[in-house]
Design a protein around this ligand. Structure first.
Ligand SMILES: Cc1cc2nc3c(=O)[nH]c(=O)nc-3n(C[C@H](O)[C@H](O)[C@H](O)COP(=O)(O)OP(=O)(O)OC[C@H]3O[C@@H](n4cnc5c(N)ncnc54)[C@H](O)[C@@H]3O)c2cc1C
Length: 350
């Protein structure tokens, strides 16, 4: 069983910053996220979009902000359980918690910070009667390890950035890449659309538009699909179908944890510490609600900062914490590193 001070559910910008603020207070964190990579909405939905309202960054790409946050927390050595969804929570007699994921990983912690954003992302699935028969037998909704597709015949369905980007990427990995989209127009970055056009012209990628998935075939696993292209059925032999139709967020199992919920968000005490109605369970970032709540990255950072102060008091009752500026105290990493401002020199001038 993994042991930690704070279990953070959600590796979005809020959860990642909570690791940093906890580290300043010498609190150890473990993070669980249902997605295969850290970054929450920024990594999954808009990694290449510029953000303009992060203090100190006139403009920063969402993907770069997450990379910087990961660099910033490295020194506090957080544990990560990625690709697993926090499923159940059990309060222990000593007021600690055990959280269990859908894959059976268990984390024992002294406090839980839910930084689950809009919830765990569930893939939007094509409406095909037999699709469930082929899930993990040729139909994948996420690309966790591109190497899996090396030398294979892959069909990607979708018309957004993910479908375009993965189609481009996989032309260097897979044996055959086919991109199917229900319209002729794609909704993605211009350079990605142009790259797909170029790959099509070079014969490296097959494009089938406007076309919709209509059937799946195969005895034990996926062997072929049929698409309906403007009224004509076209059969495509393939090893994998990857529908990338976007993700819908769902609060999911957390909704059954006995927390007060209002309009799909967790009600917290924002006058104090972003604690929920269950002592020891906090909710920060997009996942919470209180009067005046704004779903902004900046607000998640603020909430994370106040939340860890409250956890510190919970774990060290009666101990006074004196706030120190990092410019004054420096930062002592759990990995033995130390960052500090240059000391002033005391020297007389003759
Ligand atoms: C297109 C777009 C543009 C945006 N632009 C801006 C902007 O310019 N400025 C700005 O401030 N904000 C912007 N936002 C909003 C911003 O992205 C959110 O405020 C921010 O992502 C919230 O961060 P978070 O860490 O609270 O949650 P999220 O980023 O949503 O991360 C939550 C994470 O929790 C995980 N999770 C949830 N439930 C579970 C569970 N049970 N088990 C395991 N993991 C779970 C999810 O998989 C997810 O990775 C934008 C949003 C979008 C969609």
């Amino acid at each position: 069983m993994i042991q930690t001070d704070i279990l953070i559910i959600g590796a979005g910008p809020t959860g990642l910053f909570a690791v940093f603020e906890a580290g300043l207070l010498k609190l150890k964190c473990h993070i669980i996220d249902a997605l295969p990579q850290p970054g929450g909405q920024l990594a999954e939905l808009y990694p290449k979009k510029p953000i303009f309202d992060i203090p100190g960054f006139p403009e920063v790409l969402a993907g770069d902000l997450i990379r910087n946050q990961m660099e910033q927390i490295k020194q506090f050595q957080p544990g990560f359980t990625l690709g697993e969804r926090a499923e159940t929570i059990d309060r222990q007699p000593d007021d600690s918690f055990i959280v269990t994921t859908d894959k059976g990983t268990q984390v024992h912690c002294k406090a839980v910070a839910i930084a689950g954003g809009l919830g765990s992302f569930e893939p939007r699935k094509p409406e095909l009667a037999n699709i469930a028969d082929y899930e993990e037998k040729g139909v994948d909704y996420f690309i966790r390890d591109p190497e899996k597709f090396r030398g294979k015949r892959v069909v990607i369905a979708g018309g957004g950035d993910s479908a375009l980007d993965w189609s481009i990427f996989l032309t260097d990995v897979a044996d055959e890449v086919t991109l199917v989209h229900r319209r002729n127009e794609f909704r993605g970055a211009l350079d990605s659309v142009e790259k797909v056009q170029e790959l099509k012209n070079l014969g490296k990628l097959r494009l089938i538009t406007p076309a919709e998935l209509s059937d799946l075939h195969g005895a034990e696993k996926l062997e072929a699909i049929t698409v309906n292209q403007a009224g004509t059925e076209v059969k495509i032999e393939c090893d994998y179908l990857i529908p990338l139709f976007g993700l819908t967020p769902k609060l999911g199992p957390i909704a059954d944890w006995g927390l007060e919920i209002e309009k799909n968000a967790i009600v917290v005490n924002n006058a104090l510490d972003y604690q929920t109605n269950v002592p020891g369970i906090y909710a920060i970032g997009d996942v919470n609600t209180y009067p005046g709540k704004l779903k902004l990255i900046l607000c998640g950072y603020h909430e994370a900062t106040l939340m860890v102060q409250s956890v510190y008091q919970r774990l060290n009752p009666g101990k006074k914490y004196v706030l120190k500026y990092t410019t004054v105290s420096g930062v002592d990493g759990f990995d033995g590193t130390r960052k500090e401002a240059e000391k002033a020199v005391v020297k007389s001038i003759e």
